[in-house]
Design a binder for this molecule. Structure first.
Ligand code: AP5
Ligand code: MG
Length: 215
């Protein structure tokens, strides 16, 4: 099963994708994570993407679709993937159709996480991750069980994303409204879109997503 999780910055795409990976063995394909890895490694893609990401703008369609294509050629994706943060433009949606068709795969669901944008600023500005294993946390909504110690790996190093400040988040949201929300009708016309209340508790959102996949 291949699904898209769609929603603005902070909607919970990464959180829900990680859960589906843990519970169903699906593979998370996050273009944001791939780009951050490229920036960290200083690859040519990373060098091109760094400033755009820090401004909150979108990296070029060709770059992100190439990253997804390469990833889909790896055998672990054959059992099912979660597209997290991709596609983000009409051109990327079209590219994804081609990438899937070329590999004889199909798209099963597009799950839109419905959220209140005003509340997302708090979600994003409070977010941090384990510097070692990448587990996600939030100052208010998801603190480690022991303060300052990662629940998963025990590391005491945490980090924040450079684009998780209020000004950049506002640009990211504007980009979502202008370029990403308009792709929903493409998938609605195919009967693929289902909506989940992304403002509910993380567990409640997970249950709603699971119900869609099990239906
Ligand atoms: P990307 O990494 O995709 O960032 P984003 O879309 O802005 O989304 P986020 O990762 O910020 O939010 P999320 O929905 O994953 O929320 P999360 O689960 O972490 O992209 C970053 C940049 O890369 C882009 O700006 C662009 O420059 C570039 N890029 C990436 N893909 C691209 C593409 N396809 N094309 C062009 N450019 C691209 O949750 C947020 C916080 O809230 C967490 O702390 C979490 O614990 C908490 N939380 C989650 N769910 C809940 C809940 N239900 N209740 C309370 N708290 C919750
Ligand atoms: Mg994310």
């Amino acid at each position: 099963m291949n699904i898209i999780l769609l929603g603005p910055p902070g909607a919970g795409k990464g959180t829900q994708a990680a859960r589906l990976t843990a519970t169903r063995g699906m593979v998370q394909l996050s273009t944001g994570d791939m780009l951050r890895a490229a920036v960290k490694a200083g690859t040519p893609v990373g060098l091109q993407a760094k400033a755009v990401m820090e401004s909150g703008g979108l990296v070029s369609d060709d770059i992100v679709s190439a990253l997804i294509g390469e990833r889909l050629d790896q055998p672990d994706t054959q059992g099912g993937v979660i597209f997290d943060g991709y596609p983000r433009t009409a051109a990327q949606a079209e590219a994804l159709d081609g990438l899937l068709a070329d590999r004889g795969r199909t798209l099963d669901h597009v799950i839109e996480l419905n959220v209140d944008e005003a509340a997302l600023i708090e979600r994003i500005v409070g977010r941090y991750t384990c510097g070692n294993c990448g587990e996600g946390y939030h100052e208010r909504f998801k603190r480690p069980k022991v303060d300052g110690v990662c629940d998963v790996c025990g590391s005491t190093e945490f980090k924040r994303r450079p684009d998780d400040n209020e000004a950049t988040v506002r640009t990211r949201m504007a980009e979502y409204r202008a370029k990403t929300a308009p792709i929903l009708p493409i998938y609605e016309a195919r009967g693929l879109v289902q909506r989940v209340d992304g403002m509910a508790d993380i567990d409640v959102v997970s249950a709603a997503v699971t119900a869609i996949l099990d239906a």
